[in-house]
Design a binder for this molecule. Structure first.
Ligand SMILES: [Zn+2]
Length: 473
């Protein structure tokens, strides 16, 4: 407890710095792989706090890593700072009021995500240095969580090869340990090439690429009966071969988005979809080429680390919001539906309460959430090293993810208190892992047991590069 309280004091000492960082990043919302100024802000603070800084991590210009300490275990704390298109909003108001600009906004709270993680890393750095402890702490500034799979590329390029464990968090309505449920997914383009001809005068000379796409889709739709019920497959035509029905379509392209409960299931499903594409090409005497556009792994849990993080939450207690915070949260709740609010409780396996606008509990570790399964690139880190993720209350209960209401609360007292609170949880968990080699060993054994039968294979093939510049398109 003495060490925990010490590192919490270091969090408090640098809290104003981190809140300033978060507010500045909120004010410069930048999209997927274009987080130039936001990354520069994080880099500047890492340098000001005395970290050894590595820029261009994995060849990505908006990824940065700061390290402190010598020898010992390496603890990674992960941050993000990308914004979303169309979610601009004035801060501190409970109405939809986009700001002038390109319309982007921090509708997922990643301004807080990066700043709180950097704050936690900086406090752990102070604790390591003042106590002469052999250990290293790293802050990883990870861009492009929203659809860019940056952490997958960082893992693939070896950025986590010498890391012992990773800690991260995400803004939320309730504080608790994140339940490690997320789907693995991949986007793959299938491009068919045939031979065009006059559809009436010489149809026998043509080989239709559009026929091939249609037959592929029929094949996949027949496969649905025979795939796991929690898998998902969607597709969209990128190129239907032109607008002239009297020309046999010589080229056609379809994009598939394939999701599965885990990486193993995903790979099996992708292999079957590829066979169907080859079958369609065989049937139509066309050829098919494929290109993986992006991919993320499912999230792996880690029982020892989740318990350790939960103990830190119980020691610290729930976040302490004040009357002004509650009043603003109630105003935000007036813009939400009853269903939004009830769904927020159900997501954490809690009974809905109507008289509460802000979290005042720690969600029990054994609470089982319902519904709302997404995907995150933290999944790839969790396959590489033992990983634990917190959820930290930073907004009114019921606020939907990716909403103007979330942007509007991003610089509020709720957000600021939540940021400091979750930084303490992460710093305390890191200190526990450094002080207690048995915890780290148990975390590694748990990770090994989860990955032994099916070791991690990065779902991003070697020839797929990070789509730097994608948001400029
Ligand atoms: Zn997010």
């Amino acid at each position: 407890m003495q060490n925990t309280e010490e590192v919490w004091r270091y969090v408090d000492a640098k809290a104003e710095d981190a809140i300033g960082l978060s507010d500045r990043v909120w004010g410069m919302p930048e999209l997927c792989y274009a987080e130039v100024r936001s990354c520069a802000e994080h880099t500047a603070m890492l340098e000001a706090h005395g970290f050894r800084v590595t820029r261009d991590v994995a060849g990505i210009p908006t990824a940065v890593m700061g390290e402190a300490g010598e020898d010992g275990p390496v603890i990674a704390i992960l941050g993000e700072y990308d914004a979303l298109p169309g979610l601009s909003n004035e801060a501190g108001v409970a109405e939809h009021k986009p700001l002038p600009g390109d319309g982007s906004g921090h509708g997922c709270g990643h301004n807080l995500l990066g700043a709180a993680s950097l704050l936690a890393a900086s406090a752990v750095k102070d604790w390591i240095e003042r106590n002469g402890i052999k250990a290293r702490v790293r802050y990883y500034g990870c861009p492009a969580e929203e659809g860019g799979a940056a952490k997958g590329f960082m893992v693939r390029e070896g950025a986590f090869d010498d890391v012992d464990m990773a800690i991260c968090w995400h803004p939320a309505a309730f504080t608790g340990v994140n339940e490690a449920v997320s789907l693995a997914n991949t986007r793959i383009d299938f491009a068919f090439t045939g031979r065009s001809s006059h559809a009436a005068a010489a149809p026998e000379l043509g080989r239709s690429a559009l026929d091939a796409v249609e037959l592929m889709n029929v094949g996949v739709n027949y496969m649905r009966e025979h795939m796991p019920s929690d898998a998902r497959i969607h597709y969209a035509y990128l190129d239907a071969g032109g607008i002239a029905p009297n020309v046999v379509q010589g080229s056609a392209k379809v994009r598939y988005l394939i999701r599965a409960r885990d990486l193993v299931g995903l790979n099996q499903l992708v292999a079957r979809v590829r066979k169907i594409a080859e079958g369609a090409a065989l049937m139509t005497e066309t050829s098919v080429s494929t290109k993986v556009v992006s991919a993320v792994s499912n999230l792996l849990g880690n029982t020892p680390l989740e318990r350790a993080m939960y103990e830190n939450m119980l020691r610290l207690g729930p976040p302490q919001f004040d009357e002004e915070d509650r009043a603003f949260a109630r105003e935000i709740q007036k813009t939400l539906s009853e269903e939004d609010i009830a769904a927020a409780y159900r997501r954490h396996g809690l009974e809905p309460q109507r008289d509460k606008a802000l979290c005042d509990i720690i969600v029990p570790l054994d609470a089982k959430g319902k519904g709302g399964v997404g995907s995150t690139d933290v999944g790839d880190v969790s396959w590489k090293v033992p990983t634990v993720q917190a959820r930290g209350a930073t907004y009114a209960i019921g606020t939907p993810g990716h909403s103007w209401q979330l942007t509007a609360q991003g610089k509020s007292g709720i957000a600021h208190k939540g940021l400091v609170h979750v930084a303490k949880i992460m710093a305390g968990t890191a200190v526990d892992a450094i002080r207690n080699p048995d915890l780290l060993a148990a975390a590694k054994a748990d990770h090994k047991a989860r990955t032994d039968a099916h070791p991690y294979v990065c779902p991003l093939p070697p020839d797929v590069k990070p789509p730097v510049g994608m948001s400029a398109d």
